[in-house]
Write a protein that binds this ligand. Structure first.
Ligand code: SAH
Ligand code: SF4
Ligand code: F3S
Length: 384
């Protein structure tokens, strides 16, 4: 039971990945149960809550600029309340209070449940308050959750990351890997299906390195979930090439309920850069896995992520990435310009590719991918 604490209007803006979207749906569920009226993004709220992302500087800048705007609004409407949740809270913690005196509250990824009481405390005391716990798991299964879609649901099964990709802030913001017990995942998936959900997307920062109790592996979990009768489709994201195993490919091949879309970030086509990124695979390792997957599941569509302009990337390295796009012919690729994140191992390496070179290389990759997407997939791909 959640205590009714307020009838205030609150808006929630989500800046991050699917995990953030799920967390926003959970936050909405808890807030509505406590009597808040959750309204769409925009002005006119009593409380402005932002669910933040730290993965690139640009994602953080968007939140800083929004905080600046809300500060201005506060000059004429001092009663409004501004709060943050998500990865920036985990990364910067109370430091943000000093930088933004108009910020009223912060809640960590393991404390979403405490949002109503925290806001109530701000209303009562008008002091800056934070609840950022280090232990426990940030995944919350609750029937209070407010989904936007009746037939599709996100279902986080693990969080955190034990890999050490040098550019990535996720191990800092989401901590070590923790998996939900398989029977709890099964119970929650069955509950969702009983509510009418037909398509579930399993979420995790490293979803395929899931390891449940009694060492249930990710492929085993998928097979368990395929047994749920009225569940029609299961997708998952994001996978790491290191844990993309023959067993997983076999399970996909045997189970038509598992989505024929596989997202597998490569990051670079150059072994020298992959090593500098500590990605744990060479280009040939990755390519061999894709070839095997395509052999077992001929109708699979594969998408990827690539980072351009990482520390030390030469024209030769860039050419290797271009060759990789041409050779593998992905159904789609998310292409990012490298953004140095303080606190990551790569922050000690020089960010030595000038922005104009990053932009040019990024543009070249985009053009190649656009050509491939138009030629091989003229009607687009079904990314579900
Ligand atoms: N496994 C995580 C990955 C999130 S980051 C998850 O799904 O939640 C998504 C993509 O952002 C990565 O695959 C990578 O291509 C890109 N990325 C991560 N850190 C980056 C950085 N510092 N600069 C540019 N792109 C980055
Ligand atoms: Fe953003 Fe990454 Fe955290 Fe997801 S895991 S919310 S992309 S920083
Ligand atoms: Fe990030 Fe690499 Fe982990 S991309 S989430 S450190 S696998």
């Amino acid at each position: 039971m959640i205590k009714k604490v307020s009838s205030h209007k609150i808006s929630i803006e989500t800046f991050g990945c699917q995990m953030n979207e799920y967390d926003s749906q959970v936050a909405r569920g808890f807030l509505e149960a406590a009597g808040f009226e959750v309204i769409g993004e925009g002005n006119g709220s009593d409380v402005y809550l932002m669910n933040t992302c730290s993965v690139r500087e640009h994602a953080e800048d968007k939140v800083y600029s929004r905080l600046g705007k809300l500060s201005k609004i506060k000059k004429t409407k001092p009663e409004i309340i501004v709060g943050l949740m998500g990865c920036m809270v985990e990364e910067h913690k109370e430091k943000l209070f000093r930088r933004f005196p108009d910020l009223d509250f912060m809640v960590g990824t393991r404390n979403i449940k405490e949002l109503p009481s925290l806001i109530e405390e701000v209303l009562r005391t008008r002091k800056q308050v934070a609840q950022i716990k280090r232990d426990g798991i940030s995944i919350e299964y609750t029937d209070l959750i407010k989904r936007d879609n009746a037939f599709h649901a996100w279902l986080p099964i693990m969080t955190g990351c034990d890999k050490v990709c040098t550019y990535c802030i996720v191990p800092v913001t989401r901590g070590r890997e923790v998996s939900m017990p398989a029977r709890e995942v099964f119970r929650e998936a069955s509950r969702l299906v009983s509510e009418g959900v037909k398509h579930i997307t399993l979420l995790g920062q490293n979803v395929n390195s899931y390891h449940g109790e009694k060492s249930v592996s990710f492929p085993q979990l998928l097979e368990m979930l395929c047994q749920i009768e009225r569940l029609e489709q299961i997708s998952f994201t994001t996978s790491h090439p290191h844990d993309a195993t023959e067993e997983l490919f076999q399970v996909i091949a045997r189970n038509p309920k598992i989505s024929r879309h596989f997202h597998l970030p490569l990051q670079s086509g150059s072994d020298r850069i992959l090593k500098r990124m500590k990605r744990l695979h060479t280009y040939q390792d990755y390519k061999a896995k894709i070839d095997r997957l395509r052999e077992l599941v001929p109708d699979i569509s594969i998408t990827t992520d690539m980072i351009t302009g990482f520390s030390g990337e030469t024209e030769e390295d860039h050419k290797a990435t271009k060759r990789a796009l041409e050779e593998i012919r992905f159904g789609g690729a998310y292409l990012f310009k490298y953004s140095l994140r303080p606190g990551t191992p790569a922050a000690k390496l020089p960010d030595d590719i000038p922005m104009d070179v990053k932009k040019r290389r990024h543009h070249e990759l985009l053009e190649i991918q656009k050509r491939i997407s138009n030629k091989d997939f003229p009607f687009g791909i079904n990314a579900s």
